[in-house]
Design a protein around this ligand. Sequence first.
Ligand SMILES: Nc1nc2c(c(=O)[nH]1)N[C@H]1C(S)=C(S)[C@@H](COP(=O)(O)OP(=O)(O)OC[C@H]3O[C@@H](n4cnc5c(=O)[nH]c(N)nc54)[C@H](O)[C@@H]3O)O[C@H]1N2
Ligand SMILES: Nc1nc2c(c(=O)[nH]1)N[C@H]1C(S)=C(S)[C@@H](COP(=O)(O)OP(=O)(O)OC[C@H]3O[C@@H](n4cnc5c(=O)[nH]c(N)nc54)[C@H](O)[C@@H]3O)O[C@H]1N2
Ligand code: SF4
Ligand SMILES: [Mo]
Length: 753
Amino acid sequence: MKTRRQFIKISAAGAGAAALGLHTLNVKGLSLFDSNEQEPVSDENMKATPTYCEVCFWKCAGWSYVDKKKNLRKIIGNKEDPHCQGRLCPRGTGGVGMYNDEDRLRTPLIREIDKNGYQYFRKASWEEALNLVASKMEKLRKDYGPESLALFSHGTGGKLMTHLAKAYGTPNITAPSFAQCRGPREVGFTATYGEGVLSPERTDIRDTKCLVLIGSHIGENMHNGQIQEMSQVLDNGATIITVDPRFSTAASHSKYWLPIKPATDLALLLAWINVIIEEKLYDEPYLKKYAFGFDELKAHVKDKTPEWAYGITTIEPEVIRRTAREMAAAAPSVIVHPGRHVTWYGDDTQRSRAIAILNALLGSWGRRGGFYNPEKVHLPNYPYPPYPKPKRSWRDAFPKDKYKLVTEVLSSGICYASIPNPDMDYRMHGWIVYGTNLMASLPEQQKTLEAIHNLDFLVVIDTMPMDITGYADVVLPECTYLERYDPIRTSPHREPYIALRMPAAKPKYDTKPGWWIAKQLAHKLGLDDYFKWDNIEEMLDWQLKKVGSSLEEMKRIGVKKFPREYKDLYNLQGLPDYEFNTNTGKIELYSTELAAEGFEPLPDYTHHPEPPEGYYRLNYGRAPMHTFSRTVNNHNLWDLKKENNVWVNPKVADLWELKNGQEVWLKNQDGIISSFPVKVRVTERIRWDSVYMVHGFGQTDTKLTRAFGHGASDSELVSKIYEDPVMGGTGMRSNFVTFLKENPRKNREEVKA
Ligand SMILES: Nc1nc2c(c(=O)[nH]1)N[C@H]1C(S)=C(S)[C@@H](COP(=O)(O)OP(=O)(O)OC[C@H]3O[C@@H](n4cnc5c(=O)[nH]c(N)nc54)[C@H](O)[C@@H]3O)O[C@H]1N2
Ligand SMILES: Nc1nc2c(c(=O)[nH]1)N[C@H]1C(S)=C(S)[C@@H](COP(=O)(O)OP(=O)(O)OC[C@H]3O[C@@H](n4cnc5c(=O)[nH]c(N)nc54)[C@H](O)[C@@H]3O)O[C@H]1N2
Ligand code: SF4
Ligand SMILES: [Mo]
């Protein structure tokens, strides 16, 4: 029996007098480092260095400005960068707050247990902490094989940790951005077109005439390029159709808002397909040339009329018809947006398939104003020996027929594969967690904890004392993106291009860059051959020279564009011959791949459970000024929004006698109660059958001096999921909550026993 890892509040490690001093100053709003409170300095008196943003995963390129006293003053967008066109979003501008945050992790920490069984963190040197990590990795390799180690890694900084993990011999590398985010979309689109949607999405919003947003709440979801393009087309008179149970920011800019009953979108999509087929509004030549299975689709949706869908979705038949005709009138310059966070109800691959099919009927894939054909720069890898061939992977922890069409490692799968099970002879025994706060991003916290308690060791590499760090055996403090080099950014887009991130300031405290951590560990593990360069600058310069640039050039320009290798940005314009990467070589309206694996080849509507009496569906989303939990303690962004609210429809508020601003605790269907209260926001903008809150708040670590105890955490309440049978995505909008008006706990500190 292992010692259960107690959650340790990092404050227990003792922050030291100097740290406390700074902290006190900051609380009074007098922080020495607060960029907002410094004397203005003109740009000529500052040094600008290139970076790309790490406040979210859109990765806009920009310039960080440092004054003569070496204070980091501001970050602005790089005009050459197609991700941002020179304008960062409020979060990107507020990125300086990540560097200045006085609550940052400062030194490596090692978990200790005293003779009374009390667990605490002790400060350690890098040498000691890395030796410990390397010795644990060695032991794991010897005891269970390298495939018993899993790496969770989100963000570009983790790329060299990924390289290290592969060199060590594990294939179990994952991030919650697949199984909890865009996984079903990629699988659904790949089943249809033989290719995924990718990130940034290949949506040609800039040139569209009609944009259909199903849940995607662009405007609150602040992915920069999309927002800029959407406001541009709004000015040009494009039609926006928003399907959302909540009156989102996007809905407020839309010609049509369809306040759909949650969990019924598949019925609406089938009815739209029905109208487009029955009224012959589809792109016939396009389908004749490229599509497979039109007749089967037609028969399949014959009875999926708008009248049928009305009973399910509450959207009036006439509205369904009118919006379908709007789409067809704009076709092929129409985008039925595939969404991004699509793990909703467990039939998400099928919903994504329906979206992909609708786009195919409208002929928008490969067409101007629809979906463009992206390209990216391929940077060669600095030479290293072949990776060892893993003998098994996380999939071997499950029956063969589980997760048949999965294309990436599932973070939730790794978690389940870490919980001992008598039927399994193989499981994960160690985790390295880089840049992902698993307590907030994985659903079913009880399973995450069970997995963690059964690990031989857990290493967390983070910049902040986020929840996950409290469970680590070793915490390695990374410096922020503003203090380090990282691998070159190269993302698929209209034009291929690259961007450099380099340090604008020296790492604060005793923090180190991810690349350095990976290289040191490689050395200690005898894997030097995989890191043959002395310094990351040497590696980057080598790579850049291979594509006709250099580190010196990139330091000057930050972003470099390259000509497209293929001229076909809209590769299906004019109906050229084209072979899709599917079994039939066609766009598969009818999926032969799904059929072969025993899944429905055509998407169908399934009914999802409804909230029990007195409960409401827990709906969650984004706020423009925050990214998940990663920004809630950032003083610049905290100033803009300090806590979340729970949105409640006035009818529901009346029933419960809830007032605007009143604090309530939320209790879910499994009896889980939010750690903290959350203030009610009474608003017509949410349907009566749901409540809504912004994800990321309700932090439980007191060391996050600003964020601690502010608002409630949706993650705690997502204790039930519906797993997507096709690829294992975790449908998370399947939880229901009710209100507690009295404090169910005696004091606030009681939350983490
Ligand atoms: N500011 C900011 N922007 C971000 C992020 C961030 O943290 N902060 N995160 C980024 C990331 S990684 C992602 S994946 C994206 C996520 O952003 P999206 O892909 O836009 O997110 P979703 O969760 O799909 O959409 C949330 C919306 O779905 C609605 N909704 C809920 N249930 C239903 C339903 O049954 N049917 C329909 N039609 N709508 C429903 C909600 O009311 C809400 O408006 O945002 C990205 N952009
Ligand atoms: N309940 C619920 N769960 C969700 C979602 C939701 O809306 N609700 N959204 C889902 C989606 S769409 C996604 S994409 C995932 C995202 O999930 P995550 O990838 O886990 O995102 P964050 O919560 O932002 O966690 C980022 C972590 O990285 C740390 N960090 C920030 N910068 C750095 C750095 O430079 N280096 C290192 N080493 N660490 C850094 C932060 O301090 C934080 O601990 O969550 C998913 N899970
Ligand atoms: S969208 Fe905003 S937060 Fe995300 S990378 Fe761009 S500037 Fe940074
Ligand atoms: Mo995401």
